[in-house]
Design a binder for this molecule. Structure first.
Ligand code: GLU
Length: 369
């Protein structure tokens, strides 16, 4: 078989490959990954690398410290990140670029578009983007939390054809292969449903990294809906990479949707999350999906959270029913103000001038908000 016909791939490499014994970075497992990247590029395939490992690489510098302390962990990430980037950079004779992102960056449409432009510009100039989460500035509210999901968001932002997630086992098994001798690996998955998540098990930690098989399936779900072929492979063996380059599947292949979501729809569903809520009257019987079914301020009875123009919000009824996720064209402050006006006339005049309160409505995935 010939090499696959990809224009662009994202490869996600976890901490266990970079700093296997947490004594700083080791190039032991990275050599075959770097070789894969070099060969992809030689075949005309652009590559984006999502690399974990900053915390694992930096931990040896904090020998006497409490490793679970968040401030110490962030310091380990800051110190380990330079070591990790330097290790990768040494393996290539072309330039690489560090991109540190948070979920707060990705869920903001303007910053998201800017991230896309930066990736395209780096690739156009034959520079390898190396992405990691910016662990030093994240809080629970601002982080993606694991690089599996981050890699899927990056693959969507980069319009990649394939996402390759390196694991420490060969792929997804129908049951835990460490516990069951008769466990079988799935060669391909057409639909990711609860049965697939059940095979992945709970939020199992994979040693030095953050994700387990579950976050890899979440990542695959995000990627395939954007039309991206996704592979979970064993990143510890060179054979996996040789097989990929020969157009063969070394692990589990998650087949992409035949009709992928549009870029902005995918972003609204999988990357953006609601910054606040608009509560509307319980007897509202519209769906808010079409533009003709617009929200008016007289139906709004409450505004929760603080959000700015352009942020994603959740619209729900007072009984809790979630109606849509949408872009707010008003800030929370302004919406509060117009919703609290005694006379509807003022608000209506205002809306006529300023335009619809929400746009880009999306109904799926509301349960996660
Ligand atoms: N961003 C973290 C790091 O570089 C890793 C997150 C993960 O393991 O998924 O250490």
């Amino acid at each position: 078989m010939s090499h696959p016909n990809w224009n662009r791939v994202v490869i996600k490499v976890g901490s266990a490959l970079i700093a296997p014994n947490q004594q700083g970075c080791s190039s032991h497992y990275l050599l075959s990954i770097a070789q894969f990247i070099v060969r992809c590029r030689a075949n005309g395939t652009q590559v984006v690398l999502v690399s974990s490992g900053s915390v694992a690489a930096g931990s040896h510098m904090f020998a006497d410290q409490e490793k679970s302390n968040i401030a110490v962990k962030k310091a380990m990430a800051a110190a380990g990140q330079t070591e990790m980037i330097a290790t990768w950079d040494r393996l290539f004779d072309f330039p690489s670029a560090q991109m540190l992102l948070t979920h707060a960056d990705l869920r903001d449409r303007e910053r998201y578009v800017s991230i896309r432009e930066t990736i395209f510009s780096l690739l156009y100039n034959n520079i390898l983007p190396i992405v990691n989460e910016n662990d030093t500035v994240t809080t629970d509210k601002l982080k993606v939390g694991d690089n599996d999901n981050l890699s899927a968001m990056v693959a969507a932002a980069a319009d990649a054809d394939a996402l390759i997630i390196c694991s420490d086992i060969d792929g997804l098994y129908n049951k835990n292969p460490h516990e069951h001798d008769d466990a079988k690996m799935l060669k391909s998955v057409d639909t990711i449903d609860e049965s697939i998540y059940a095979m992945a098990g709970g939020a199992v930690k994979g040693g030095v990294g953050t994700g387990g098989m579950r976050t890899k399936i979440e990542a695959a779900e995000k990627a395939v809906s954007h039309g991206i072929d996704t592979y979970i492979i064993n990143g510890f063996t060179e054979l996996s990479f040789n097989m990929l380059l020969a157009g063969e599947n070394p692990g589990t292949h998650f087949r992409p949707f035949k009709k992928p979501m549009k870029e902005n729809e995918h972003w609204m569903r999988h990357t953006s999350n609601a910054q606040g809520e608009v509560i509307i009257e319980g007897n509202f019987d519209g769906t808010l999906i079409t533009d003709s079914d617009q929200l008016t301020s007289s139906e709004i009875i409450g505004v929760n959270g603080e959000f700015s123009v352009g942020d994603t919000i959740l619209v729900r009824k007072e009984d809790g029913t979630k109606l849509v996720k949408a872009k707010s064209n008003y800030s929370s402050c302004l919406l509060n103000f117009i919703a609290n006006q005694e006379s509807d006339e003022f608000a209506h005049e205002f809306e006529e001038k300023t335009g619809p309160i929400i746009s880009d409505q999306h109904v799926a995935n509301l349960e996660k908000e």
